[in-house]
Design a binder for this molecule. Structure first.
Ligand SMILES: C[S@@+](CC[C@H](N)C(=O)[O-])C[C@H]1O[C@@H](n2cnc3c(N)ncnc32)[C@H](O)[C@@H]1O
Length: 324
């Protein structure tokens, strides 16, 4: 049995190598192999001995080797199987029953970062900028949802994508929001990238000269499929300023809950008090339609403290305390 790695306790992970111990997990020379410590940590936390672990994009088979090491049953699929225990299959159509897996791990191509195979179905041929990558990954995620048992976990390991001269692609956040339509977020871990090419000095020089950043970390999203009878907690709906109409915007301060029975005058007093408090806290724009005029005496170039963006209210707008 391989020497045991440590169980990680924070959301910042950094590993010295792709493999742990003196046995091998996957192939450290496979481009894009997952650090085996990741699957080791996940399987320790979210599975028990004998349970079924599935990797639908198995690459060099790291997940299968870790599963075997920990006494879990592993099933691996890939369009380009690298060894006999990985089955040739598109991750969008897995030959598994609904709700059969106890845990799913997936480390997909990060859009067109690496060339994995000539297979036109390879997700690594699809560009995140034209949407085709997200469409395919949406199907992979839906398939993971289908095969996963209710109440069990999945994890997706991915990096954002930046290519010089092209728009930045926040693949991590985008895949996270797709996953949120199926699963509830359990945690987000940041894993340091120890890519050998990052050590080459010319990459760093180019990043400074070109004013961009090299990818320093991968996301590890840990998600849970709701159990039977459980519902997904709704994700926040973001309203942009232009979408908010006059009618939607509250004209008066919102009273504290449980205040329905208090008399009218008392409501008025509370309303007035809340308006005054909001003014002094620099939150006036939250509820008022009136544009905020800069106060006389503000120093030129200083943002209006009531705008709330910079400067603490009261510090530059402290009435009698400030010298003229
Ligand atoms: C980052 S690698 C996985 C690395 C793997 N976890 C390991 O440790 O070796 C991504 C894999 O996804 C596979 N792949 C890409 N598109 C696929 C698809 N539609 N169905 C199944 N596998 C796919 C690629 O062939 C590649 O092996």
């Amino acid at each position: 049995m391989a020497k045991r790695p440590e169980l990680m306790t924070t959301t910042l992970w950094d590993f010295p190598s792709q493999q742990y111990g003196d046995e091998s997990q996957g192939d450290k020379n496979y481009r894009g192999a997952t650090p085996a410590y990741i699957q080791w940590n996940l399987l320790q936390r979210y599975t028990k001995a004998g349970e079924l672990v599935v990797d639908p994009m198995c690459g060099s088979g790291t997940t299968l080797d870790v599963a075997r090491d920990l006494g879990r049953r592993g099933l691996g699929f890939d369009l380009q199987p690298t060894r006999p225990d990985i089955a040739l299959c598109d991750a969008r159509t897995l030959p598994l029953e609904d709700g059969s897996a106890d845990f799913v791990f997936v480390d997909p191509p990060y859009s067109t970062h690496l060339e994995y195979s000539e297979d036109p179905r390879c997700v690594g041929k699809l560009d995140a900028r034209d949407g085709s990558y997200y469409e395919a990954m949406g199907m992979v995620i839906a398939e993971i949802d289908r095969i996963l048992k209710p109440g069990r976990h999945m994890a997706l390991y991915v990096s954002d994508s930046f290519q010089k001269g092209k728009p930045f692609c926040p693949i991590g956040f985008d895949l996270f929001s797709i996953m949120c339509a199926h699963f509830e977020p359990v945690d987000i871990v940041c894993v340091t990238r120890r890519n050998r090419t990052l050590l080459r000095n010319h990459w760093h020089t180019s990043a400074v000269e070109g004013n961009y950043f090299l990818r320093g970390f991968n996301y590890l999203f840990i998600m849970r499929k709701p159990g039977i009878g459980e519902r997904l907690v709704p994700r926040p709906v973001i309203h942009t300023k232009t979408e908010t109409t006059e009618r939607e915007r509250p004209k008066t301060a919102i009273l504290p809950s449980g205040s329905a029975n208090i008399d009218r005058n008392r409501r008025k007093r509370i309303s007035r008090k809340m308006r005054e408090e909001q003014k002094t806290q620099g939150e006036g724009r939250e509820w008022s339609n009136r544009p905020v005029e800069p106060k006389r005496g503000n120093r030129p170039g200083r943002p209006d403290p009531r705008g709330g963006k910079f400067g603490r209210p009261g510090k530059h707008d402290g009435g009698g305390r400030r010298k003229p």
